[in-house]
Structure formats: C-alpha cells, structure tokens
Design a protein around this ligand. Structure first.
Ligand code: URA
Length: 314
C-alpha cells in the first residue's frame, strides 16, 4: 500500500509540475484514499483519540457528481478543472461550410477532406494524434452527438471507441440496433488539449471552451445536413450546450427526457455514457434508458416488453 501511495504522490507531483491543477478521481477512489488516510492516522494516534474514518463535517462527494482532487492537497472534492489558458489557442471565426451538390457519399467525403485539412483542426491536434469526424450510416434515422474525442478516439480517429463508447455501443444494441446502423458524431473534431510535459501523454480530458464548440459546430451541422436523421440524441451537458446554447438550461436534469430542437431536428438530451460509468446504479441507467425509449418510440422502432422493463429493479 505504501508503494502504491508513494507512486500516486509522485504522479500527482509530476502532474503539478506540468501545470495540472486538479485531476478527476472516482468516488470509489476517494473513499479508498480516505480509508487509507484514516488508517494511517489512527495507527499514529492513541486509540481513544482516533478520529472517525470521515469527520462528520468533511465534504462528501454527492452520489451522482464526479469528484476531482487538487494535486497538492489532501483528498477533498475540488471544482471541475478550468481549461488551462495557455493551451486554449485563440481561434478564428467558425468556418462557413457550404456542401457541394452530389449524393450523400460524395458530400460526406468532401466534408471529411475539409475537416482533415482544416488548419485550425490540425493545429489543435497533438503530433501523432488524429482529427475525428463522425462515423456510421449516412442513412441513419438516429444521430448520437457527444462532446469531444478522448484519448482512445484521437488515436483511432473515430468517435466513441473508448470505455464510454463501448457502453454507448451496448446501449445502441439494447435498442435493437447495430452501431453501424446509427450515426455517431461529436461537436468537437479534436481532443481539447491540456498541458503535459514534453513527450508525455495527456492524462484526463477537459471540457471544450465555448469558442472551441462554436468553431467545430459548422462541421457537425454539415453532417446533420448530409445524413438528415429523423432525430438527434445529445449525450451530456456539453453536447447539449453546444447544440442548444450555453444559456438554454442550468442543469441537465431540467431538459433531459424532453424533446428540444436543433437544425430543424428533434433532439433528445440524455446523460453521457461516462456518467453511467461513474454512477452505475439501475436508477441512473433507467433514466437514460427512458430517454432512449422515447427515441425508439419517435423513430417508429418496435419496443418489446422486455425492453420496456430494462433497469426497473432498484
Ligand atoms: N466522449 C465523447 O463525448 N465523445 C467521444 O468520442 C468519446 C468520449
């Protein structure tokens, strides 16, 4: 345990030296670290003075919130990391994307070329990593829209292929569809960068800035124009903000499960699969699933009794 703690401390020190101010830590990890710290304290203290594992006044992570931990401080929830200014390049005005005439395949290939050769996209991708455009059926009825590529996505050049993507693929399967039958995109075409030491890999992700979202949005609009889906599913609050506007809601709970509009298409906003990975309760799965049942209903898909009953157990 001591070795693991020393390795953790060394890694946090290294991250701090590269300018990282906070890192995301799962609730389980925070609880485990608290137990270790409490155990070490009580070992160093007379039994009668041992504090409880967690002081009553200690801030507790809420059951559903992601938790982040300041690099230099003891285990304590910290505000979500702000984009480090140095890494957020000043962006020019968003591009004007006017699709050429032609069939869907021709127009999508043209768009792909525009995105892959866009100098702003290229300047925001780290060497050796890929710009990411949507994938899937150009005749899809349903288009899923996420936030931005993560570590795995920028390696493979495909949206939603990491852990959250694997869960999204299973959710699509639960709807009775294959991944190739829907279209999956992101608002962002690059992974938002955070500072790292030269040659080191980026650890964690940061949310895109409003300017970054606005720059990439025309490329997503063009994908919507090409695919012309019946409806869109926005995954998570950043995707919802990018599509609906940052001031259109305060919490995702306000708008999820209720139809919105973007580019003339109905939009169902639901939680991001990474939220489910952090909160794997049947309650949170059921919330997302109820949103997807509405999507299936609106898309005219058959829904079995078994599907209607998924995640009803508490
Ligand atoms: N999260 C997203 O929002 N998009 C991806 O492509 C991967 C993870």
């Amino acid at each position: 345990m001591r070795t693991a703690l020393t390795a953790l401390t060394d890694e946090l020190k290294r991250l701090k030296s590269t300018g990282v101010k906070s890192v995301a830590v799962s609730e389980e990890s925070v609880a485990a670290l608290r137990r270790v710290i409490a155990a070490r304290r009580s070992a160093a203290m007379p039994a009668a003075e041992s504090p409880r594992t967690e002081p009553a006044s200690a801030p507790r992570p809420s059951a559903s919130a992601p938790v982040s931990m300041p690099v230099s401080a003891p285990v304590r929830p910290a505000p979500a990391p702000k984009p480090p200014e140095a890494e957020v390049r000043k962006l020019p005005a968003p591009p004007v994307v006017t699709l050429p005439p032609g069939d869907k395949t021709t127009r999508w290939a043209w768009l792909r070329e525009q995105v892959l050769t866009n100098p702003v996209c290229a300047a925001n991708v780290r060497p050796g990593k890929k710009i990411v455009l949507g994938v899937g059926s150009l005749d899809a009825k349903i288009m899923f829209v996420g936030e931005a590529p993560g570590a795995e996505e920028e390696i493979q050049g495909e949206p939603f292929v990491g852990p959250a993507g694997q869960l999204l693929t299973r959710m699509i399967g639960g709807m009775g569809l294959k991944r190739e039958e829907v279209y999956i995109g992101n608002i962002m075409n690059w992974r938002p960068q955070m500072p790292v030491a030269a040659g080191a890999e980026q650890v964690g992700n940061r949310p895109p800035t409003p300017e970054e979202l606005a720059f990439c949005l025309p490329f997503l609009r063009a994908q919507i124009e090409i695919v012309n889906p019946l409806l869109i599913v926005a995954l998570g609050s950043t995707a919802a903000q990018g599509l609906l506007g940052a001031d259109s809601f305060k919490t995702l709970g306000e708008i999820r499960g209720r139809w919105q509009q973007f580019a003339g298409k109905p939009v169902m906003v639901t939680y991001h699969p990474s939220y489910i990975l952090r909160n794997a309760s049947n309650r949170s799965k059921r919330m997302v699933w109820e949103d997807l049942l509405q999507v299936m209903d609106r898309a005219g898909m058959p829904i079995s009794d078994k599907q209607r009953g998924y995640y009803l157990d508490k």
